[in-house]
Design a protein around this ligand. Sequence first.
Ligand code: NAD
Length: 478
Amino acid sequence: MTGLPTVANLINGEWLRSDHERIVHHKFTGEPIAVAYDATTDMVADAVSVAHAASRSPLDPLERFEILRAVAGAIAENREQLAIDVVRESGFSLKDCLGDTDRAVQTMLTSAEEAKRIDGAVVPIQAAPGFAHRLAFTIRQPVGVVGAITPFNSPLNTVAHKIGPALAAGNAAVVKPSPFTPIAAAALCRMLLEAGLPAGLIGLVLGPGETIGRALVEDERVDFVTFTGSTATGKSISASLGMRRATMECGNVSATIVCRDANVVSAAQQCARGAFRKSGQVCTSVQRLYVHADVMDEFLDGLVAAASKLVVGDPEDPRTDIGPMISEAAAQRAEEWVDAAVEQGARVVAGGKRSGPVMTPTILVDVPSRARVLCEEAFAPVVSVVPFEDFDAAIDAVNDTPFGLQAGIFTRDLDSALTAARRLRVGGVVVNSPSSTRADLMPYGGVKDSGYGVEGPRYAIREMTEERLVLIEPAGSR
Ligand code: NAD
């Protein structure tokens, strides 16, 4: 299609097209907004070859710091344009995309700072019998080539969470973004080159996961895979890696508990945002709400009132809170799940309507415990509110899923907060905020089917480096 901006593959500093054109659509209007060129598997192999060669000459930490800091500055300078690009390719509201762009600045800046803090530890080796004259310490070395696979639901900041730490750690990176959202990933790669990153250290390959993503992760020269996406894809990638290391940031059926002593008004307002932001397409989006029966009515009134104030529609309109879902098919699937829950006895107290790819913020009560909206990841603006009387039972209910990414609890009681922190089997427990709360520098990762490994630049750098022991015996000591 002529006249549209193009998104190409990046190999050794060159933007390469192919014969496989893919139209990227505006997720609200459906209009074509760009032509992306899917890579071939040969191009993937070339991108990995280049990265593999470049990874043998890692940059000094100070050089990494300066380049990543410059990219953080470039994202900030291009904030509005980047945000509008992400609005169009993802359908998320301009408010959300401006917020995500600001977060990407923080992700790159924190990665830059952490590049200067990669340290090791002294090992008290002298205490070992026969080792009194020796010295031991650990160093952290780059793994080599990081292959990054990213989902559609945070086209800029999730890519930054992969590339930033990978480069900060001294690696080369090859990224394969979601075919739904390649534009922001390409913009980030361009900024890295403009900031002076040696061309071989960053590659971009576009296309479907089943072919191009698979070719990337199955290339044995990729030393580390950092993946964010669904649990099904994560399991399939993980199974193909053998002894190679990885971080798997996968799905969740996120829950938040509201106790009787909570600030119910604030909890309802925060949970509305936590459930419906980005049309619920956030891995920690509030999908299950366990609310103490004594405050259920007050909480539900507050949640419905907050949901009814959300402006739904054109994501480019600065007043809009909730745009479309990633595709009409995704919205149809969400609608089917809501309809099925209703057939099983659930009641819709807000929303439940779909128009094309737009699903209105939907609140359900009386949901049977085995309904899909309670048991499987909805990834949609749909939340189920379940009353509880016994706190321990609420904790058990949150844990009663194969997933474990993050959970929230609203309470003024320290004991309840600490009990939740100890007993909820998740990667993170958030007190007096919903499950969806995240700052980019914090450790972030799941347990069980939500995956393994931890993000947040400081922690991702630990994942993407190899800890090596150095054991020294002074030559003249014997
Ligand atoms: P997805 O699994 O469909 O795709 C994710 C990426 O994997 C895409 O780039 C896709 O092309 C690629 N892919 C697919 N099959 C592949 C294969 N066989 N080999 C290699 N790559 C392959 O996920 P999605 O629909 O884009 O994103 C939504 C999912 O991501 C949700 O489940 C959500 O919970 C999860 N997610 C998790 C986190 C987290 O931090 N835990 C954050 C954001 C999103």
